[in-house]
Design a protein around this ligand. Sequence first.
Ligand code: 13P
Length: 252
Amino acid sequence: MRVLMIAGNWKMNTTISEAIELVGEMLPGLDEIDGVEKVICPPFISLAIVKELIKGSSIRLGAQNLYFEEKGAYTGEISPLMLADLCEFVIIGHSERRQYFNETGEIVNKKLRVALKVGLKPILCIGERLEENEAGRTEEVVTEQLGSSLAGIDYLGDLVIAYEPVWAIGTGKAATGKQSNETIGLIRSHIAKLYNESFAQEVRILYGGSVTADNIAEFVQQSEIDGALVGGASLKADQFLSIVKQTSEIAG
Ligand code: 13P
């Protein structure tokens, strides 16, 4: 049985004081919802304070990125060792990083390796662009992304995968539950080919892209979808609480 997960990716939003306020608004309600793994991923500079604020609660913490070297002269970067001290999860290979920061499959692979080495749980993002979707290339693109991201990695620990079709991110145009369930099923079959069937059945695969309190149920009701990676709606306490609550009810 895979435990459903809802992760909030705050992206480049919230100052430290806004992050404190947002956590304050969601913490009491979120803490008491069970049956779902609840993760929040604030910006780097708020991780330390948020870690303190959620101490003793059931809320888990994640970062949005990391650098693949452990330390050294890499001005402005954040190392896996710094994060391992602060949080449990790290988002790797988000499409915004692939698109705006030229992250290739090779870089994603290096980041995954180092995250696993220091004991961080990666949330690996994959997903096709609009033109790839329209050209019927979704399966090809996600399997290529999986292949390059996971190349040569034997042990994936508690890896979580997030299928985020790029055309659905921040557009208000979510995929349908049925579409994403099919693609996530394909991703799971590909994981079985790359690793083995039992790992493929264990690994959690989330949907991401314009998830809101109005459409979350459509996704988490699907047999292959193990939760959601939520962007914009994770910045609104009432929306995020509703998303987590509905997921918990469906998890039953
Ligand atoms: P939105 O929920 O804002 O579409 O963002 C999705 C996302 O990119 C989560 O990582």
